[in-house]
Unconditional design. Sequence first.
Length: 162
Amino acid sequence: MNIELQKRTADHVRIYFEQTQDAQIDRMLPRSVETLEQALANFEQTLLPNASSYGRTIYADGRYVGDIWCYCIDPKETPNAMLSYCIFEKECWGKGIASQAVSLFLKDIIPRFSLQSIGAFTYADNIASICVLEKNGFTAQESFVEDGRESVYLEYHVQDRG
């Protein structure tokens, strides 16, 4: 399967927002945005000079299937950025698409933003997401309960990848 990361547009944001309203996805994807208007406003912020977030769309064999992004980008802080992703096309789950997308995205963002470390949160019961992150060199740092749900924090360190 050919996996590509492409530029995000407002149309992608609309599709992504609609697709991720699915109940099964909602249980696995922590949200900071509740409305399409908020999602579009956040997207507009990514287009500004010195934006602290950056995202791409994930295409599998020419079809838009998800998004990947980093936020809280700050090369002076540790971690230097946080990573998040979602494959919203369920028939694409379990096919290695997210693993390949994360790998491609890390190759893009590390030099682009001079990153040395990247963090990621996921729910502890989202084993697939934990596996994707671990395949890409992230290691679990801690687990905690927030809002009654167990979560895991993982981190990637560039110097550990030699």
